[in-house]
Design a protein around this ligand. Sequence first.
Ligand code: PBG
Length: 329
Amino acid sequence: MKTPVRIPQRPRRNRAHSAIRSLVRETQIQAGDLIYPLFVMEGKNKRVPISSMKDQSRLSIDLIVETAEECVDLGIPAIALFPVIDDAKKDRFAKESANPKGLLQECISTLKAKVPGIAVIGDVAMDPYSTDGHDGLVEGEEIVNDETLPILAEMSIAQARAGADFIAPSDMMDGRIGYIRRALDDAGFTKTGIISYAAKYASSFYGPFREALDSAPRSGDKKTYQMDFANKREALREIVLDAEQGADVIMIKPALAYLDVIAAARSRVNLPIAAYQVSGEYAMIHAAAERGWIDAEKAMEESLTSIKRAGADMILTYFALEMARKLSR
Ligand code: PBG
């Protein structure tokens, strides 16, 4: 018997030129995958740039409306809103967060009236409204869990009443998804969805966001509620808990340093998965590009594609407009 001939393997044939590369491309980013996070502030025709985030600004409601229209034109289906609250309106209990006429609520209802084509996601956590800058209620040295839940539920109901398509709890308190789901249902908001920040890590990549909202914790850090970046099994535990409690979408945050967590979640749950490419990830790419060290546009596409390749169905990213513009060219 003759020994079989070994056929030489030449994977480069499938990379020979761009038409062939296009045929074999496994992952495509579409504008329809993107969610644009926006910072809303009081006033009219106000645009206050965020120094650490190139091309990103705090916007008054009228300019948020214009931006949402641009998103719709480009095929971006959703925006996620974070409010910039005046210090005078902050207190320990984040009371302003339940104000039916509050900034975020007004922004949501204006958007639903003027830009019906956009899905609106409201952030639920105490930090933008809290004098302590924590996502939960502070008592002494502690971020107390169960006392925070009714505050989050009131905040969620206020946003649902304003017309939010989804509310997105980003606080990492235990049991909040089930608590909020029940509160929404009891108040008649059975159609309001929940995008749960299920695996949110205590990360150094949130720095620019905290500058944008002036929401850094006044004391301590967030490590007793946000997750340790060393842990993956714990993320899966959090994700399963939030799925059981009624989350419609689960989120992993940040994205780029946690691609393995996204991939593990993908193979474990059947819910849609969101990933948040956070402020620090965005700022790093622009900072290196400003020095001429990397090409921002290429790094944008590569990083977003890697997040989708890992298994995310949707991506919150400050690059949403730029990426969608690139896709439409
Ligand atoms: C807090 C919240 C944070 C972000 C979204 N919601 C910051 C934090 O946890 O301190 C960060 C988003 C970003 O960095 O882009 N509720």
